[in-house]
Write a new protein. Sequence first.
Length: 381
Amino acid sequence: MPSISTQAVELLQQLVRIESINPSASAQGSGEKKVAEFLEAFCRERNLPYEYQEVTDGRSNFFTWVPGQDPTKRVLFISHMDTVPVDNWTVDPFSPEEREGRIYGRGSCDDKGPLAAMLIALSTLGERKPRVTIVLAASVDEEYRKKGARAIAQSGVAYDAAIVGEPTDLELVVAHKGSVRWQVEVEGVPAHSSKPHLGVNAITGMAKVILAIDKSNETLSQRVHPLVGPPTLTVTLIEGGAELATVPPSCRVWIDRRLTPGERPEDALQEVENILEKLRQGADKIKVRSLLPALEDPAPPSAEATKIAAVSAKACAEVAGTGKHVGVPYGTDASQLSLAGIPCVILGPGSIDQAHTTNEFVEIEQLTKAVEIYQKIMLSY
């Protein structure tokens, strides 16, 4: 039988060859269906049970599991099947290349590396029966709305803990930021651009809104969370105007507000609303409003004091010399799982610095160590 490392590399290469771009991120994206079908074949070959959970528009989460000695206890291992688009790649992103101890290709670290490591860990347990039932979920839509994780959280199935597979360099992430995103619109009055005084320029008004919003980061920077740092507020997209010779009648921006553990999305929204109200009441009487509802991904509670963090830290230390509790600024499926009261840690091979890039890769050494770490957690919890 091939070594664990060889099995993990071969499985990852097979997964990378399957284009699974999130269709909400690109019209050319095929979604997760072919990955799920591949996982079904993988489980059939190894006599592993499996099932699907339809989430939306024919997109389904995929599950496999190994029963535990205590059937009332479940630990969830979850990695997502979707990837971001492949714009600006100069080589084939779905032809995984092995060189210099790395596997290159779209999804190699985000998130098919963790998924491959979890699958090999589960499928090679052999006769070693875990204490609790180990459920592995391959989720949909993590890169957009996290609908797959939300469906798991709302399924009514209870989990004692979850390990979320993401590229963390095998460090143990026990806290991360959440986000709330929405649009803000400024309404102007159109006029011929040869007589701009007859109109109200929505883009000019929006410029003042953006400066006021950006200035609020000075206040936010003082609220430093010990693990994830301060919250942030960023204008990420802008659109406006009608045509070249018309005073713009409208302008919209998208706002990305990053939440720290303990912050509520509604409070972050209200802080921005207070800024907008001052602009509405100010000398310029800017007609500005938030367009709701917002897209919300709450920051999960810190898992520092949980059993899953302790078990995972021990496994990381024994295999990779890692395991210190850390926090990160990005979000994961833990945002939705935590709403069901599931304690979550985030752990996996690869670096977030390679995720979403045009030279995405994962170190084979980390991939192999991840298999061993995941197995230790599966058998120790």
